[in-house]
Write a protein that binds this ligand. Sequence first.
Ligand SMILES: Cc1ncc(COP(=O)(O)O)c(C=O)c1O
Length: 373
Amino acid sequence: MIQPATRRVPLSAPWLDERDEELVLETLRSGWLSLGPTGPRFEELLAEAAGARHCAAVSSGTAGLHLSMRLAGVGPGDEVITSPFSFVASANCAIYEGATPVFADVDPRTYNLDPAAVEAAITERTKAIVAVDIFGYPCELDPLIELCDRHGIPLVEDACEALGARYKGRPLGSHGHPTVFAFYPNKQITTGEGGAVTTNDEGEHELLVSLRNQGRLETSSWLLHGRLGYNYRLDDVSAALGIGQLEKLDRILAGRAEVAARYTQLLAGAGVEPPLADDEDHVRSWFVYVVKLPAGSDRDAVAAQMQERGVATAPYVPSIHLQPYMRDRYGFREGMLPVSEDCSARTLALPFHARLDRDDQGYVVETLRTVLQ
Ligand SMILES: Cc1ncc(COP(=O)(O)O)c(C=O)c1O
């Protein structure tokens, strides 16, 4: 019988330090907790980091995706194409506006949308494409932009897991179309809950600012609402934390890249497929470290045995179309998106964050090797 593990290695941990505390305290003491000066400062720094002209902070990545559907004019009867190998919010945003999610299959190497599959899924009802940079690896932006331009379909990028990643030498967020980031505590930077939408289009930015603030118009008084909006504002305390996080973004990204490189080294010969390495066009921002187990492996049993030994893992990510509510609502079934389904059955996220202890990391790899044997 296996002894209960004494060592515990959590899946993720935010990098919080005294500078974050100082900034949060300063905002708390100012008494200006919402719609103060801290939000715009955070947005400025984020726009700079993403190389975008405009940035609107919002209350979550999901809120940002929802507003992006409003920007694209998505409504009842429309279809929105996205990746099945993602977090549910990538598809839910379309449903919120009465549209139907349509899934195109992914590339088994990158786990991102295969542009040929996207093109094949386009119909006269396609109103938007939500491309995801899963696990921080940039999606095939140029082919996607090209096909969106050719078909006259707006592109929204779900970069919720990818702040700091670069495509063809430029940061995600700098390519012009609405790009959504998220700051839940397992992300590269955190604001507790929070998100942001960047765009290079001034009109889109103005609409985002209005929509997140109950549809108020820039010139209108507090109780005058020009359109149907939401309360998707990010409060100033969260924005203050975001500033502290952005100040150390380079260190966070470098730390995560170092931990990832060490995993890849330690896992050599362990019989698992490591995450795809960067190339000239794609530079990942490390969000999670996900390995693919050999075909036929019992991934859930591996995860359970890791857990017994104190190592947290996660089955990142289940295919969205096979979630219970998706099956019930749209009749989606196994076999519809074979690549995504195969990846979902075999991928496993290991404990990962910028300051993962070397000994803990060694223990994770040793445990995985033992369990796989
Ligand atoms: C790919 C992707 N899209 C959207 C979201 C939603 O972000 P949030 O949890 O901030 O709403 C997440 C968050 O986990 C995500 O990973």
